[in-house]
Design a protein around this ligand. Structure first.
Ligand code: ZN
Length: 99
């Protein structure tokens, strides 16, 4: 049984989660998080800057696109080591943490 509206709403989130796993794998990262777990972590807005997430077409990321950020950069992409923040915050965080 499918409620079309619900399915429609979750589709872009699901696509995002699948794409996120693929991108991290392609980049040679260890991915142990599932699509379902990523969807659990994905809120409506960025926990850092509180901007509402904007979903993008593939390859057209915007500053408020959700991104999976590893809390410990040496760890795997797992449910415990991942937070979903916007691209802008992820970029800021990344440049700050480069040692
Ligand atoms: Zn943010």
């Amino acid at each position: 049984m499918r409620k079309w509206r619900r399915t429609h709403l979750t589709d872009e989130r699901r696509q995002w989660a699948q794409l996120t796993r693929r991108t991290h794998k392609h980049a040679g990262k260890k991915v142990s998080i599932t699509v379902e777990e990523l969807l659990e972590l994905l809120g409506d807005s960025c926990p850092i800057c509180e901007s509402r997430f904007v979903f993008h077409a593939r390859g057209k990321e915007k500053i408020y696109s959700p991104t999976a950020d590893r809390i410990d950069n040496n760890g795997p992409l797992s449910i415990k080591n991942t937070q979903v923040i916007c691209l802008l915050c992820n970029t800021r965080k990344g440049s700050k943490e480069v040692s």
